[in-house]
Design a protein around this ligand. Structure first.
Ligand code: ZN
Length: 145
């Protein structure tokens, strides 16, 4: 299991959130848009992830000019996620908070994410995660506004 390390872009500390073929992907705990890969670092298990309660942060967050379903997707992209990760997390949140996370299909979630990219509210981090099936999946994250 990889450890907490210093962020490459600020004095904060970064925790592993997954792996890609180059090494381990880290996210800064201080500035969430700081996502970077450490090449050749010890690769944690594919499902290793840091639990990072940001519910209150999400509840306070909002963005204008998008639909309710887009907003629900946007909320979950405060941390980098692949489309499959997004779908799993969204289904969990939908069960717990259906008012905030209205029912959406997996293809619908992907479409909402794509629309948010087009609107400049979400961006590709430049990093990929390996899925359990060995495919590369792009990591998306909401854009700081
Ligand atoms: Zn940082």
């Amino acid at each position: 299991m990889a450890d907490i390390i210093e962020c490459q872009r600020c004095p904060g500390m970064a925790a592993p959130i997954g792996t890609n073929r180059r090494g381990t992907i880290y996210r800064c705990g201080r500035t969430r848009s700081h996502v970077f890969t450490v090449e050749g670092a010890a690769v944690p298990s594919a499902h290793a992830r840091t639990e990072d309660p940001e519910t209150s942060h999400e509840a306070a967050a909002s963005v204008t000019g998008i639909t309710e379903k887009q907003q629900a997707v946007w909320l979950l992209l405060g941390e980098p996620r692949t489309d499959p990760d997004l779908a799993v997390e969204y289904m969990r949140r939908h069960r717990e908070q259906p008012d905030t996370f209205p029912k959406q299909s997996m293809s619908g979630l992907r479409t909402r994410r794509s629309e948010l990219v087009d609107a400049g509210k979400v961006h590709f981090t430049g990093e990929y995660l390996n899925t359990p099936s060995g495919r590369r999946a792009m990591l998306w994250q909401r854009t700081q506004i």
